[in-house]
Design a protein around this ligand. Structure first.
Ligand code: KG4
Ligand code: ZN
Length: 359
């Protein structure tokens, strides 16, 4: 084991002087098994995403045990396909990367163990990646000249963070949700409207034809200046729907969806703008599944035009889980000499940073 580790260390050190570093990255933290090949953290050579969403939709949410088994089935295939689409072999890779947290422990472990095995047999160094850092890094793939520092709003199914990206791999957490994540709130509201899992994108589609002023929803202000809260909003929404159902009224679903979406987007925009203005920075990036939301993107574009800041958003397919973003994040970790030991474990509650700066 010691010899293997020192061999990996030597290889990783040698990569610091290589002009083009090619990383094969794996993502398996939730219900997407994905593999991608990324050059120098910025260029996508190939990317494959195998989504389990149809399977989990039958149960109205992700079933962890089923997710782990499906990852086991798919991980070999996505690696083969990523290599095939790139027209490359494993010998042409410089390093491997995998998500090791946060996420579902069984799901994470399938990807971690698969890549540990591959690292051991190929002797390629393995770089461990934080999934949230991956979401932030999706911006480096879409905006080639983007460099830290910038502010990033990370909104996914499990997280809602406002982060100051000081440098690659250096973050200050300024605000976060005190209860539900934005994506989680979208999914719960969607369920009440009878939409399938994951409800966020379906609710957003439904909202397109609705009146966003139809239902007045609370505008929560948690104690932390830059924090979010979605639980009160969600409960008010659920209560309004249940009351109408009890009275035998037909739910005006499009109006309800539009009202809910507007309330969430308004909160996100307001907090993100506040953080950006206080930070003195001029670039705001969006990241995570909810950043695929059309209303959020549109409102942010309006704010950027009004307040004169630079807005960066990942392409739609890079907002939700994928391995390309993991390959990008891995490159900057590799540059810092970060190497996974072969004892690497999954860390389901891994955080990006400790909380600071919140008043
Ligand atoms: O980042 P992601 O793919 O997975 C996690 O790391 O959690 O985010 C998934 C979340 C789900 O809650 C999904 O409903 C939400 O992102 N989402 C959306 C949209 N697309 C995905 N929410 C609102 N509008 C969308 N267009
Ligand atoms: Zn994610």
């Amino acid at each position: 084991m010691m010899n293997t580790q020192s061999e990996m260390r030597r290889k990783l050190d040698a990569l610091q002087h290589k002009e083009t570093v090619r990383i094969l990255a794996m993502e398996s933290s939730c219900d997407e098994t994905a593999c991608a090949i990324i050059e120098n953290g910025r260029r996508i050579v190939s990317s494959v995403i195998f989504s389990q969403v149809d399977t989990h939709a039958l149960y109205g949410g992700v079933v962890p045990e089923i997710a782990s088994r499906a990852h086991m089935d798919a991980c070999d295939r996505v690696i083969d396909q990523a290599l095939r689409e790139a027209g490359m072999t494993l010998e042409q890779m410089d390093a491997l990367a995998c998500t090791y947290g946060p996420g579902l422990v069984g799901a994470l472990l399938t990807g971690v163990n698969c890549m540990k095995g591959l690292s051991y047999t190929t002797r390629l160094p393995l770089v461990p990646v934080n999934h949230i850092e991956g979401h932030v890094s999706a911006n480096y793939l879409t905006t080639p000249d983007l460099e830290p520092p910038f502010v990033c709003l990370v909104v996914s199914g499990g997280h809602s963070h406002l982060v100051r990206v000081n440098d690659y791999a250096d973050y200050t957490l300024l605000g976060q949700t005190v209860d539900d994540a934005a994506g989680e709130a979208f999914d719960k509201a969607a369920r009440v409207l009878g939409l399938a899992y994951p409800g966020g994108p379906l609710l957003s589609k439904l909202a397109e034809g609705g009146d966003d002023t139809w239902l007045a929803l609370p505008h929560p202000h948690p104690d932390g200046k830059y924090d979010f809260s979605f639980s009160g909003l969600k409960t008010a929404f659920l209560n309004a729907c249940h009351k109408m159902e009890q009275k035998g009224e037909t739910l005006p679903k499009a109006d309800l969806a539009a009202s809910f979406e507007r309330a969430v987007v308004d909160t996100l925009c307001e907090r993100a703008l506040l953080v950006l203005q206080d930070s003195g920075l001029h670039t705001l990036c969006l990241a995570g599944g909810v950043s695929a939301n059309r209303r959020l993107r549109h409102r942010m574009e309006q704010l950027a035009a009004t307040h004169g800041f630079r807005l960066c958003m990942p392409e739609l397919w890079l907002c939700t889980d994928n391995a390309a973003m993991i390959g990008s994040a891995a490159y900057y970790r590799l540059r810092r000499g970060e190497l996974a030991p072969l004892t690497l474990n999954a860390v389901p509650s891994l955080s990006l940073i400790g909380k600071e700066g919140n008043q």
